[in-house]
Design a protein around this ligand. Sequence first.
Ligand code: ACO
Length: 382
Amino acid sequence: MTDTDIKKGLAGVVVDYTAVSKVNPETNSLLYRGYPVQELAATQSFEAVAHLLWHGELPSDAQLAELRESERQHRALLPSVKAVIDGLPVDAHPMDEVRTAVSAIGAEETAGISNVLDAVGSPEENLERSIRLFAQLPAIVAYGQRRRRGLDLVEARDDLDYAANFLWQTFGEEPDEVVVDAFNRSMILYAEHSFNASTFTARVITSTLSDLYSAVTGAIGALKGPLHGGANEAVLHILTEIGDASNVVPWLDAALAEKRKIMGFGHRVYKKGDSRVPTMKAALDTLVAHYDRPDVAELYETLESEFVSRKGIYPNLDYPSGPAYSLMGFDTLTFTPLFVAARITGWTAHILEQQASNALIRPLSAYNGPDERHVEGYVPDE
Ligand code: ACO
């Protein structure tokens, strides 16, 4: 085995087929089940895209109505899950809170299954579990933000679709259409991205025939990292640190001299720009106009043009989504949980796909530790 045999970070390694989405770095394109993500974001609800990811086709009106009905039925935060959340420190990181809540839902919903072989469930059961998690995550995320602000849970509104209800449960106010539209687009853009680190984590866990909740809990852990989903939170920390467009040049000089990574830029697969950024930037622009915050756009654009011209590294989706979520009123720490609420659709589509055509994922490693040696005083049995 030579160094070139080792694919550090699995870079460039193709490990399986997937029919869920296609990332094409040459054309900067991303297709969900064949549809360009920009077209989906411009025309569809997040519920319709969830159906597409799970079933492979956009829903008919009747299928969309059925999914919406099911989503509405399962929106309420289970009292036992709320109790688990309430038992956590109020300053726990919200990703830890969401991860714990999903794990608690799993314990609740698989209670009574005493044989590990039965925990995996049938495809039908796992689709139902996926819909329930999709429906419950908004309450978990929204309540998390409210709890940190010392506020009570807001009950779901049956007359509102997914995106509007999510905003309602977070802020307790009727959301503006412009904000609902931008939020819906962000959910669609975050929904799926092939074999990224968190999805791959979910597939690895699923490949052991563990259950869907364990796979999603693991995926949330992978998403928390700032090299992955945690970057949307980190972007806001950076923008807050810079403060104003006039500070970009000296801040960047110092950051690059210290070899800091600039969060929200760069991507393992896209090297010429992330296909989702123009759509999310357009949504950010509508919010900038809606809230009359040209300063946000100026800082965003100045840092982007300075960094791209110096390093040739382009923004990823987390760059526009960070300031967009901030304008909507979400706390910075809530950004990555929003990513969870969106990506639950992609993760579960991959879990279903992995279950349908499973092979245990178990790569090899090249050993570079000490040569064989023996414990002093050890005498082998006769
Ligand atoms: N800021 C500064 N330098 C960067 C950045 C960045 N954001 N991204 C890459 N580079 C530099 C690296 O320092 C490295 O330079 P070197 O060769 O001189 O050491 C080179 O570009 C290659 O970078 P790697 O990190 O090795 O490339 P990789 O493909 O592993 O990285 C990654 C992809 C992890 C996303 C990286 O670009 C990064 O850390 N970005 C910041 C975090 C971020 O925004 N993550 C979100 C990912 S997208 C998503 O989850 C929606």
